[in-house]
Design a binder for this molecule. Structure first.
Ligand SMILES: Cc1ncc(COP(=O)(O)O)c(C=O)c1O
Length: 385
């Protein structure tokens, strides 16, 4: 049994993927070939935004907007500690300070009340300048964007939706980009929309921000608006105005993603069915089955339950041949690199408790009900005798 069965998807679209990859090998434009722009156009349309810029991975997708906003030493960026390390680790790249915020106990996403308290505490202290919030669509479901947007507007902060796990999720029918200044995502293979290696993207409705990010993705190359009517007769990538980086999505990965995007909505629907079957089978045997925000649609990057004896259950599942995973055993504020960074007033008790109780079960669009019933029975039998 696989925790995430990527081969099942590959079997479904194998001829399409093979011919897409073959086409790139033959045309030979391996870097920034035509598939890259085509995929960016398709993803912008799918994500209902005016601009999409692909990049090398979901981590650099987070760094790019921070660079574009010229985040600097002395700035505070608010983010959860119950997330993958990348969410916070890009902040010190810019010399800024991540300030950790607690989560909602039911959705595991950023708690707006804790965010408010953290911003007010930072302002009262007067040492750091609040600049932006990075909300995470953890395990695939949208954060509470209407509440977060209101807080950001009140304090004049930018809002990033780290949708590495949640691309495709919606709240009241809207993508996070409806509220966030920018949405970032990852195409790491295990993500709901994954490629066959590393990849990432940013999505935004802010044309000026998109242009700056496109420049930063390519070593700070000059953009048409930088020239302000002047002409430059050489390749603009050899005129560099700002310190940028090299963060590109490979053409082969873009070609694969074009094919995967065609079946993505169907896969999201299948994931709903898998999650619903788990919910009905598991509810009486575990402390908590996943709880969605009202009006939210998850893309179910993970199916995560809570159990009082999580480690015992994990051993029990292992003995039964069932893979599982703990996302995340150590909250970011307790990680060595982050111990000196501030937390919201009162600390992060909900985050701490979740780290001790969560366990994720096999989840992918091709999980059949027979296999799911076996997993449910194994969970149910733990502690029954
Ligand atoms: C919430 C979150 N943010 C950022 C990332 C970073 O993405 P990548 O691995 O593509 O750099 C990941 C996944 O790995 C993630 O889960």
């Amino acid at each position: 049994m696989q925790f995430i069965d990527l081969q099942a998807q590959r079997r479904r679209i194998e001829p399409q993927i093979n011919s897409a990859v073959q086409a790139v090998i033959e045309h030979g434009r391996y870097v920034m070939g035509p598939e890259v722009a085509e995929f960016e156009r398709m993803l912008a349309e799918h994500g209902e935004v005016s601009h999409c810029i692909s990049c090398a991975n979901g981590t650099e997708a987070l760094a790019l907007p921070l660079m574009a906003w010229q985040v600097k030493p002395g700035d505070a960026i608010f983010c959860p500690a119950f997330t993958f390390v990348a969410t916070a680790q890009v902040v010190p790249w810019l010399g800024a300070v991540p300030v950790f915020v607690d989560i909602d106990p039911l959705t595991y996403n950023m708690d707006p009340e804790s965010l408010k308290a953290a911003i007010e505490a930072v302002k009262a202290q007067g040492k750091l300048t609040p600049r932006a919030v990075i909300a995470v669509d953890l395990f695939g479901q949208p954060a509470d964007y209407p509440a977060l947007r209101e807080i950001c507007d009140h304090h004049g902060l930018r809002l990033i939706a780290d949708s590495a796990q949640g691309y495709g999720c919606t709240l009241e029918g809207h993508h996070p980009a409806h509220w966030a200044d920018i949405t970032t995502t990852s195409f790491f293979p295990a993500k709901p929309l994954g490629c066959y290696g590393d990849g990432g993207a940013v999505l935004t409705n802010d044309g000026a921000l998109a242009e700056r990010i496109e420049s930063l993705r390519t070593y700070g190359k000059v953009m048409p608006s930088d020239l302000d009517g002047q002409t430059y007769r050489h390749d603009p990538k050899y005129m560099n105005l700002r310190v940028g980086m090299n963060s590109r999505l490979d053409t082969i990965q873009a070609a694969i993603l074009i094919e995967k995007l065609q079946i993505f909505d169907d896969e999201i629907r299948r994931r709903q069915a898998v999650a619903a079957h788990y919910n009905s089978g598991l509810a009486e045997y575990v402390e908590q089955v996943p709880h969605l925000i009202r009006g939210g649609r998850s893309v179910w990057a993970q199916y995560t339950i809570e159990h009082a004896d999580r480690d015992g259950l994990q051993e029990h599942l292992k003995d039964a041949g069932i893979p599982s995973a703990v996302y995340y055993p150590i909250p970011l504020h307790a990680q060595e690199f982050a111990r000196h960074y501030p937390c919201a007033p009162g600390g992060l008790p909900v985050t701490q408790a979740a780290c001790e109780r969560v366990i994720s079960l096999p989840m992918h669009p091709y999980l059949d009900t027979g296999t799911q019933d076996m997993i449910i029975a194994a969970v149910a039998s733990y502690g029954a005798d």
